[in-house]
Design a binder for this molecule. Sequence first.
Ligand SMILES: NC(=O)C1=CN([C@@H]2O[C@H](COP(=O)(O)OP(=O)(O)OC[C@H]3O[C@@H](n4cnc5c(N)ncnc54)[C@H](O)[C@@H]3O)[C@@H](O)[C@H]2O)C=CC1
Ligand SMILES: O=C(O)[C@H]1O[C@H](OP(=O)(O)OP(=O)(O)OC[C@H]2O[C@@H](n3ccc(=O)[nH]c3=O)[C@H](O)[C@@H]2O)[C@H](O)[C@@H](O)[C@@H]1O
Length: 477
Amino acid sequence: MVIEKICCIGAGYVGGPTCSVIALKCPEVKVTVVDKNKERIKQWNADKLPIYEPGLDKVVKECRGKNLFFSVDVESAIEEADLIFISVNTPTKTCGNGKGRAADLKYVESVARLIADVAAGDKIVVEKSTVPVKAAESIMNILRANQKPGVSYQILSNPEFLSEGTAIDNLLNADRVLIGGEETKEGQLAIEKLCWIYEHWIPRSKILTTNTWSSELSKLAANAFLAQRISSINSLSAVCEFTGANVSEVAKAIGTDTRIGNKFLNASVGFGGSCFQKDILNLVYICECLNLPEVAAYWQQVIDINEYQKSRFTSKVIESLFNTVTDKRISILGFAFKKDTGDTRESPAIYVAKTLLDEGAKLNIYDPKVEHAQIFEDLTYATGSKEYVKERVSLFPNAYSATEKTHAIVVCTEWDEFITLDFRKIYDGMMKPAYIFDGRMILDDEKLSKIGFHVHTIGKRNMRRGLKRTWGTLDCA
Ligand SMILES: NC(=O)C1=CN([C@@H]2O[C@H](COP(=O)(O)OP(=O)(O)OC[C@H]3O[C@@H](n4cnc5c(N)ncnc54)[C@H](O)[C@@H]3O)[C@@H](O)[C@H]2O)C=CC1
Ligand SMILES: O=C(O)[C@H]1O[C@H](OP(=O)(O)OP(=O)(O)OC[C@H]2O[C@@H](n3ccc(=O)[nH]c3=O)[C@H](O)[C@@H]2O)[C@H](O)[C@@H](O)[C@@H]1O
């Protein structure tokens, strides 16, 4: 056997599911996932896991206590492991050089220092977190500067491409696994050892090996390309709303060209999630540091269009409601950044809710998976006032109670259950005129209009009133 023990530092959305699947597929390997957050580890060892991810419960329950362990004892796990995944968070810097753009590598650095401190023997250290190009070099500098006799390190880049909500399927049926390493004999041997792990279930042809920098840059590039597609279709959704073209039809028409492909062309209220914005900002920052301002400006536009989309959508809500939402009660359906996750990081719903609260609205919020405490925490952080949020925001256990006596419904997440709601019943319980703003293009707008709703769907000219002013000479009402 090549690798007997794996340690993963960081029991988050990546470390937890990734290592659970490794444990499932490599029963002869002991996998220990560690985190400094005691509460999180307690939850990984409990019935209700700290993250909601379809299929994850089954995998964890099958392996936990056999060859999969969750622990706060970071040192012991490092000590005994042959291979260490670094899966800690790499958020955008909030202060200092590169504030608001550069990736903050403080957690990666502290883990590297800890490894250097406790390691005895040979270790393969794998960068699983998304990092700037050349981060592996910095980690190696820290490790080698603190290297003890009898210890040797190899550092690999093995970025993760899973998406939340489909993580288990993405891990089991990965399009590819990417491994970057040093182009030395030792580097290639370390790559082979990590390949051996993945080869338990991924065909070798899907395991790509590159140099370290290509691997690091490919991760940023993949997220930038994916987000760019969303911003591209979202920019066209604005054109559709003014012209009568339908963005779904446009997406289908262009997506059937195999060179373009049909995925990631769903216009929306804007992309969210913990990574797209952070990783593109990081790419922009790297380009600026490399004195490539044109390249930086190009990728910055992907973020700018996303901001524009969120603000355009929210302005439409306000304008349609006679340009004032003060003291109106509005229901927000969906708070997670996408369906099938309870994660709210950078969720567009936060932007929508904050803007409506700033305008004096009262909000009824329902999401099938997001914890209520998380919604309060997000909105308190966004608005800066816990009292205001407590006074103005009510949380509900289902969509029916959340929409009762409200003036408008704003769909922020594409949860399947919203599609099959009894909208006749919902309409009867709402204030009139009743509005629906579909930020995810999931509802049947014609059916809703027949019931009596005023409907606005992203990327479709179906808003009934209130926009003539901003639409200039085009009368689209
Ligand atoms: N969330 C996602 O879907 C994906 C995330 N990534 C990348 O993976 C990395 C991790 O992301 P998430 O899992 O979402 O983050 P997360 O915030 O859910 O988890 C990170 C964990 O690391 C722990 N941690 C931080 N410093 C530590 C230390 N010194 N010792 C022990 N534990 C420590 C934190 O307590 C936290 O539980 C990021 O770089 C992200 O960009 C990559 C692909 C997908
Ligand atoms: O590095 C990461 O963290 C991950 O980021 C994304 O995964 P994730 O953010 O979990 O989810 P996505 O499915 O990519 O969705 C991101 C956002 O874009 C939105 N989106 C997605 C697709 C689309 O067509 N339109 C659209 O608005 C989603 O609703 C969501 O708000 C990438 O898809 C993963 O490959 C990557 O590993």
